[in-house]
Design a protein around this ligand. Structure first.
Ligand code: RFL
Ligand code: PHB
Length: 392
């Protein structure tokens, strides 16, 4: 088989790229190692920036996100028993975020791809990428006991942190930067009314907690837990009790509990691989970088990488210009590092670290106090939270 762009991975990055390329008349095949149900079963991001919403619109898949998503104009920070509102809308000249689950984004993209009869290979095994440093890259995989080969002009590595694309780049061509945090997030999804209309980010003596949601009747909550904890150590009852302990009295009273639809632990990590292009292979999304989820930036960064890559490939095919391709890595990385900085800072501010010490704790308390009482500091938080612009 031959195509113009072979996309590895049918997560949000790969699916969004496929739809955007389709709008520009560029042919792509997506190769995914898992099944559609497995991909849809992963409960992850919940907060979309305007830049991401714009890209969904440009891909022709934004309608349901606009209709069913929850626009949020502010977030609440809880520390020392008090909640403080950060007015995102007022502090950023009218910008906001949309609360709409990654699962639904993925579902909308899958439906659009199927409706346009665009080729996706699910359950592909032993996916390998070849010859991307030459003129004609290839992708091979096994399916139903047979080996298949796709030749293409470019490969888009949208295969996440554990994927094959970054791992196929010669080690000496790659520089990686990493920080692993000494804690994870234990998440619960439940069909109960959210405790608050806005997201609550809580810094408490017992650790961080986050109250988020998927709809007016479905809540998503997280607790900071030691990196060594396993999900088997936690019952739903213990989760609800610990969450209530980390909330202020009013929210604690309002908290509605119920059975968990999903419960999982995500480790927290900051990671960047540079550069994001090797010959005819481009990395996009989690394949190239990971942020801790505190800043709600992972999916949004995946979308902005894809925005740059779509524009670069459209310039190449439609205007015969390789300028976008040549600057892809640098342009992505500038936005990536800014989001890495914000996610690291917000994670450091909101979590309890085992080795902080008394002085370090006083510094965290003072920074939180400054943050909510200084318009300049609140504005810096707000403009990063709603997302920095895409500089095309
Ligand atoms: P994905 O979603 O990991 O998809 C990669 C796809 O590639 C497939 N794959 C392969 N396919 C073929 N061959 C191979 N060898 C392959 N290896 C892997 C995989 O099966 C998969 O289908 O990466 P992508 O598309 O780059 O998307 C990134 C986002 O999923 C991720 O950044 C976000 O979920 C991060 N994140 C959040 N981001 C936000 O913007 N806002 C949030 O509120 C937010 N909350 C979160 C999050 C991530 C979390 N976890 C669990 C890590 C909350 C959590 C708890
Ligand atoms: C979520 O709803 O899953 C969510 C929201 C905000 C974050 C991280 C995750 O910062």
């Amino acid at each position: 088989m031959r195509t113009q762009v072979a996309i590895i991975g049918a997560g949000p990055a790969g699916l969004l790229l496929g739809q955007l390329l389709h709008t520009s008349g560029i042919a792509a095949v997506i190769i995914e190692q898992r099944s559609p149900d497995y991909v849809l079963g992963r409960i992850r991001a919940g907060v979309l920036e305007q830049v991401t919403m714009d890209l969904l619109d440009q891909a022709g898949v934004g309608a349901r996100a606009h209709a069913e998503g929850l626009p949020h104009d502010g977030i609440e920070l809880l520390f020392q028993g008090q909640r403080h509102r950060i007015d995102l809308h007022a502090l950023t000249g009218g910008r906001r975020v949309m609360v709409y689950g990654q699962t639904e984004v993925t579902r909308d993209l899958m439906a659009a791809r199927a409706a346009a009869s665009l080729p996706t290979v699910y359950d592909a095994h032993k996916v390998q990428v070849h010859d991307f440093d030459g003129a004609q890259p290839r992708v091979t995989y096994e399916k139903d006991g047979q080996t298949h080969e796709i030749t293409c002009d470019f490969i888009a590595g949208c295969d996440g942190y554990h994927g094959v694309c970054r791992a196929s780049v010669p080690a000496d061509a790659l520089k990686t930067y990493e920080r692993v945090y000494p804690f994870g997030w234990l998440g619960v999804l439940a069909d109960v009314k959210p405790v608050c209309d806005e997201l609550i980010y809580a810094n408490t003596e017992r650790g961080f907690a986050l109250c988020s949601m998927r709809s007016a009747t479905r809540s998503r909550y997280y607790l900071q837990v030691p990196a060594t904890d396993t999900v088997e150590q936690w019952s739903t009852g213990q989760f609800w009790a610990e969450l209530r302990n980390r909330l202020d009295a009013e929210a604690g009273e309002r908290l509605v509990t119920g059975p968990a639809l999903e419960m999982s632990i995500a480790p927290l990590r900051s990671f960047v691989a540079e550069p994001m292009r090797f010959g005819r292979l481009f990395l996009a999304g989690d394949a190239a970088h990971i942020v801790p989820p505190t800043g709600a930036k992972g999916l949004n960064l995946a979308a902005s990488d894809v925005g740059y890559l779509w524009n670069a490939l459209a310039d190449y095919y439609n205007d015969k210009s390789s300028a976008g391709i040549d600057t892809y890595s640098d342009r992505c990385l500038r936005r990536v590092w800014r989001a890495e900085r914000f996610s690291w800072w917000f994670t450091s501010l909101m979590h309890r670290f085992p080795d902080t010490g008394a002085f370090g704790q006083k510094m965290q308390d003072a920074e939180l106090d400054y943050l909510v009482h200084s318009r300049a500091a609140s504005t810096a938080l707000a403009e990063n939270y709603v997302g920095l612009p895409l500089e095309l």
